[in-house]
Write a protein that binds this ligand. Structure first.
Ligand code: HEM
Length: 443
């Protein structure tokens, strides 16, 4: 009997919350009913639009919205209002506005994973720990991060799972919690080890062991200087950096190597540029020096062109903390703005022959005004904090790989044939396979 009352009470509360939220929704609808968008039914909004889709098809549905409706357009998911935009000037209005610094409900879903995989250079830079002895754990860490991200698309489709208190009660929520426990304890373990190494490095005999300062060191130092005891601040920042730095670079590297294999003449040009820098005497395994990077103009353009066609973060989001005027329209406070960065990067208005892989479009004399529409690292005060690090590390990796190996494909394919999916990050639906052969040095 008591159980039945609890269930009834729960339903009653949910109904009341829905009623209040729906009331708020109607108030905002008055402000925004001029925007185009898919048909929205009472209570559920346009949820049916996404219901039939599996995670691989979410990107397709978002692209369809972008094709069908002019920017800005509206999509109601239950009583949650999302506003999609894809015109560069509107994008900058949002991303550069100080009332749009909150990242919104989509980020809240993955916040536990992002720190309210992948490439293994990040732990060294972020925490200062080499992972040779912990590869198993690190690979499990990366797999869990990927699977937590996958669950975001499932949650986005199901409006009943939006409130955390409901989501946490479901099987998905409990499963996610288990994964998070592992992720958190792994990150904490690494931070503690770094703290231990730092403490020891103050003693004379181990002074030389710390070769460089990692981001974690700076956070730990700050925490001692300013006496903040909240370990979670360090933990969250370290986790955000690890997650931000891992898949993004790994996926982009995957696309770049495929583009090099798919366009052998471009690979050859990149190789020739490296030969001019290193000659044939320098061992291919010799570390790439920071000063060398400034001469890798062509490689820089190859990476930029790859990011234009395959922006690993094609969509970012912001929540409005105040009403915002955009031309004639007022976008209401509380709405989540979904910014389709990827759409701008393939728009023929700004990039002639957008589906052609042409690194030289980034030559200064050809670029003209287009660079102001180039935002794979986003824009404004909350753009990607790791942009420079990402470009540097990708050049270092590629400069080593291209000198040592040749990348090949059995049959080249057109860019439009590469089908993509979107699970927080953009990635290919089918694996992009390349053959790797050792390069012969010219005699
Ligand atoms: C190809 C590589 C990368 C790309 C394309 C990329 C792109 C982006 C984009 C588009 C955002 C969203 C910004 C926004 O919401 O407006 C972002 C956020 C972020 N990125 Fe990157 N990123 C890359 C690599 C990295 C690396 C290597 C790091 C760390 C060293 C990093 C750290 C971060 C962090 C911490 C944020 C969150 C910033 C915030 O919330 O204020 N990213 N990145």
């Amino acid at each position: 009997m008591a159980f039945v009352s609890v269930v009834l009470m729960t339903f009653a509360w949910i109904a009341i919350i829905y009623f209040i939220c729906n009331f708020c929704r109607l108030v905002s609808v008055k402000m925004i009913n001029t925007l185009p968008g898919p048909k929205a039914l009472p209570l559920v909004g346009s949820v049916f639009y996404f219901l039939q889709r599996n995670p691989d098809e979410i990107l397709g549905s978002l692209l369809k919205l972008v094709r069908d409706y002019s920017s800005p357009f509206q999509v109601w998911m239950g009583n949650k209002l999302f506003i999609g935009i894809y015109e560069p000037d509107q994008i900058k209005t949002i991303l550069q506005n100080s009332n749009c610094l909150d990242k919104g409900v989509l980020y809240k879903f993955i916040e536990p994973v992002l720190g309210k995989a992948s490439l293994l250079t990040a732990p060294d830079t972020v925490i200062g720990i080499k992972l040779d002895s912990r590869l198993d754990k690190m690979s499990q860490f990366c797999k869990l991060i990927i699977s937590c991200k996958k669950s975001l698309s499932c949650r986005f489709k199901n409006i009943l799972l939006y409130p955390n208190f409901i989501y946490n009660l479901t099987g998905f929520g409990r499963e996610q919690q288990k994964k998070l426990n592992f992720i958190y304890s792994f990150v904490n373990e690494m931070i503690q080890q770094r703290q231990y190494a730092l403490n020891k490095s103050n003693t004379a005999e181990t002074k030389n062991k710390i070769t460089h300062r990692a981001i974690c060191d700076m956070l730990l130092e700050k925490s001692h200087e300013e006496n903040f005891t909240q370990e979670s601040i360090i933990h969250d920042n370290v986790l955000t950096m690890l997650v931000g730095a891992s898949d993004t670079i790994a996926i982009t590297m995957n696309f770049v190597t495929f583009m090099l294999a798919n366009f052998p003449e471009i690979q050859e040009k990149a190789y020739k540029e490296l030969l001019e820098i290193y000659g044939v005497e320098t061992p291919r395994s010799a570390p790439v020096k920071y000063e060398d990077l400034q001469y890798m103009d062509y490689l820089d353009r190859v990476i930029k062109e790859t990011l234009r066609l395959f922006p690993v973060v094609p969509v970012v989001a912001r929540q409005l903390t105040e009403d915002l005027r955009m031309g004639e329209i007022i976008l209401p406070k509380g709405a989540d703005i979904v910014v389709a960065l990827g759409k701008v990067l393939r728009n023929k208005k700004y990039w002639p022959n957008p589906l052609e892989f042409d690194p030289d479009r980034f030559l200064p004399e050809r670029l003209g005004n287009s660079y102001s529409y180039y935002m794979p690292f986003s824009n404004g005060p909350r753009n990607c904090i790791g942009m420079k690090y990402a470009m540097i590390s990708m050049k270092v990796i590629l400069a080593t790989l291209i000198r040592t190996f040749v990348f090949k494909v059995d049959k080249s394919i057109g860019i439009n044939k590469i089908k993509l999916k979107f699970e927080v990050l953009l990635s290919p639906i089918e694996p992009l396979k390349v053959k790797i052969e050792r390069r012969n040095f010219p005699s």
